[in-house]
Design a protein around this ligand. Structure first.
Ligand SMILES: [Zn+2]
Length: 700
């Protein structure tokens, strides 16, 4: 029931994690546990602007993705333990390997209380012998609590108790910024409760999705049997879950509808909410989660209220208990013994994602520790991997991009002077967050035990839930980060009008101090432009400089802007990512707009730099070229090479259905087709696929 909406560079939703001071605990000698086998294959550090990635047999004007990435894609097939592989994953693996070395050192010989904490968290995850011995035992208290429910009247109190641990059914509340008054933290409730990736997976009648549903039911049956239920009981339970989830899917808004801030905003008094959903006692639930004083709840999906309420009847109680039992075991499966983990992997990764093998344990435990204690682990990581010079250099790049965007606003052909002034105000108000937080999150209240993996993950979940609920009624903290420092991603937060670049992405292939400005503007420069211009995409443009949803376009400009945005939607609707599966132009509209605006602004910033710095901006160039390419060509190749990579057919379908980001190939081809400077740089002819005669689409 996520209500937080942030625009990211990739579709990997990062849970909000946080950091803190060293807690005054005594360091004890760490109990020896088997820390698993060391990595057999050491990830290599990626390079920016890789000449060897280029496929010179391809024609850049016909298919620029193939040209810039053809050789890389050929030489880097998807590993068996992935559903997709590309430059983001390559850097992510490298960052995680460096993190792993910190974790293993901390697990063996911690040098501070904080290292002891994250070392123990990692060690508990690596201790598969202890985890296997426990089987499903850690889950038993949760299953017992479900078993003991005798009436749906108990659900609000049950949800309040369980949802800190990721349990509960139908309704939940989280604290989020009020979209009409971004200074306020309010209670909000949304839709949710599905296991498959999207409502369409339940409702689409094509054979592809029918087959997925059959596989899902079979997986549930097998999982219930693993818990000891009889084959008959397991089949009944799986059917119950499918009935409930299908009903919830039908009553949920689709992802395109949810992108509209107006659709997502229905503040209701608790009394009105209660009248709409008489089967769920909201005051009991709110009291239970410590928000008893809330007078208003923002509802983000109106149709879901009726749908979920209709499920909550005593006649339906046995089915609800099957549903709760399923969600409990499904959520816990990766934390239980190998049998549960393997069964869960078999359907949710192998069938749904096309991933053949599990990732090695060390890598999964590194990611899990980063997710739980990211701002603890990150403190040491940034010291080693993000020198102050990188922060300074990134700040300079951001300033160059902001100046180029200001120029763009002045010269934009379609915008009236009044709207131009408002847009400039918004641009000037953007706050930049680079590398890592100024204040680290305090994890002192999170208890970590070296021999309790399941408990550690549950306590982390409670910690995060508590941190969220604790914000109610308090001032918004704009210094908080939504991604951990080693993360290879970036985001724009519309409700705070800020751009965020974790240290993890400020590395090759995005940024390399030894490379020329053309390469860095094409890499991290386009990323910065992308995040900045999210403030001006179809969604971001509805937020004012302070993060409130308030229209600042003149009506006439709004119409022009919408017409121009529709051009992108149509264009990307036409891109096929897997046989019979096209991108959804409206789902990906915000991201595509940001890609298209971002590249223009980064290109302009490069031109400014080349003009201002002359030869200094062309180090290693001979007769205006380096590696045989002009600065403009290097810019576009560097941009495209960030997106080198491929995905399984299943992953491509999943992405098209659920992810607001287009796949890498179309992020490259869609963008360059709309920007004549690309065609000019490579000597394309008007009418070539990468330089359409129409000139393509443009908003900013
Ligand atoms: Zn984005």
């Amino acid at each position: 029931m996520r209500t937080l909406v942030i625009a990211t560079l990739l579709g990997l939703a990062a849970p909000l994690c946080q950091a803190q001071e060293l807690s005054p605990i005594q360091l004890e000698a760490s109990a020896p546990v088997d820390l698993g086998s060391a990595p057999t294959k050491i990830p290599v550090k990626p390079v920016a602007f890789d000449v060897n990635a280029i496929d010179k047999s391809a024609d850049p004007c016909q298919d620029f993705f193939k040209y810039a990435c053809g050789s890389w894609n050929k030489n880097n097939p998807i590993p068996a333990d992935r559903a997709a592989w590309g430059r983001f994953a390559e850097l992510n693996d490298y960052n995680n390997y460096l993190l792993y070395k910190d974790l293993i050192a901390a697990a063996e010989a911690p040098k501070s209380p904080l290292q002891k904490k994250y070392g123990d968290y990692f060690a508990a995850c690596m201790n598969t012998e202890a985890i296997d011995k426990l089987g499903d035992q850690p889950l038993q208290p949760d299953l017992k609590a479900i078993d003991e429910i005798t009436s749906v009247k108990e659900l609000p109190a049950f949800n309040a108790k369980q949802d800190r641990r990721g349990g509960g059914a139908f309704f939940a509340v989280a604290v989020t910024q009020d979209q009409k008054d971004a200074t306020q933290q309010v209670a909000a409730t949304g839709q949710g409760g599905l296991t498959l990736p999207d409502r369409d997976y339940y409702l689409n009648e094509s054979p592809r999705f029918q087959k997925i549903r059959e596989g899902y039911v079979a997986n549930m049956v097998a999982t219930f049997q693993l818990l000891g239920d009889s084959p008959e009981k397991s089949a009944k339970e799986a059917a119950d879950v499918m009935t409930i989830e299908t009903a919830l899917a039908k009553g949920s808004l689709d992802r395109v509808a949810l992108r509209d801030p107006a659709t997502r905003y229905h503040p209701m008094s608790v009394a009105d909410l209660q009248a709409k959903t008489p089967n769920f006692d909201w005051q009991t639930y709110l009291n239970g989660i410590g928000l008893g004083q809330a007078k208003t709840v923002v509802v983000t999906s109106l149709p879901y209220l009726d749908t979920a309420n209709a499920q909550i009847t005593d006649a339906n109680l046995p089915a609800i208990k099957s549903y709760l039992r399923w969600h409990a075991v499904h959520n816990a499966a990766p934390l239980l013994s190998k049998k549960f983990e393997d069964l869960n992997f078999d359907f949710f990764n192998r069938t749904l994602g096309g991933q053949k093998e599990e990732q090695p344990r060390w890598r999964r435990c590194t990611a899990i520790t980063d997710r739980a204690l990211g701002e603890a682990v990150g403190q040491d990581w940034v010291k080693q991997n993000f020198p102050p010079a990188s922060k300074d250099a990134t700040e300079r790049l951001v300033k160059a991009l902001e100046a180029a965007m200001a120029q763009d606003l002045q010269t934009l052909p379609w915008m009236s002077p009044e709207t131009r002034v408002e847009a400039r105000k918004k641009l000037d108000a953007i706050a930049d967050k680079i590398g890592y937080p100024n204040h680290w999150r305090d994890y002192s209240s999170l208890e970590v035990k070296r021999d309790d993996y399941f408990g550690n993950v549950q306590r982390s979940s409670v910690y995060e839930r508590h941190r969220n609920l604790d914000k109610f009624g308090k001032p918004v903290d704009p210094t908080e980060w939504g991604m951990t420092p080693p993360t290879v991603n970036a985001y724009y937060q519309p409700s705070q009008n800020n751009i965020n670049f974790p240290a993890g992405i400020l590395q090759p292939p995005f940024y390399d101090v030894s490379k020329d400005p053309a390469v860095n503007f094409g890499g991290i420069g386009v990323v910065i432009g992308h995040e900045m211009t999210h403030g001006f995409d179809d969604q971001g443009a509805q937020y004012d400089p302070k993060g409130n949803v308030r229209m600042w376009f003149s009506p006439d400009d709004l119409k022009k802007f919408k017409d121009r945005s529709e051009c992108y939607a149509k264009e990307y609707d036409g891109f096929e990512v897997a046989p019979g599966q096209n991108l959804n132009g409206h789902l990906t509209l915000g991201e595509n707009s940001a890609d298209n605006a971002g590249i223009r602004i980064a290109f302009q910033a490069l031109q400014n730099t080349l003009k201002e710095e002359g030869d200094k901006a062309e180090p290693g160039y001979v007769d205006g070229k380096r590696d045989g390419y002009t600065p403009d060509q290097r810019f576009f190749i560097s941009f495209a090479q960030v997106w080198c990579g491929t995905e399984t057919q299943q992953a491509a379908i999943n992405q098209a259905k659920t992810n607001p980001h287009s796949t890498g190939e179309w992020r490259v081809k869609g963008t360059v087709q709309n920007f004549d400077e690309f065609g000019k740089a490579f000597g394309c002819k008007k009418g070539d696929p990468m330089m359409p005669a129409s000139g393509g689409c443009r908003t900013w």
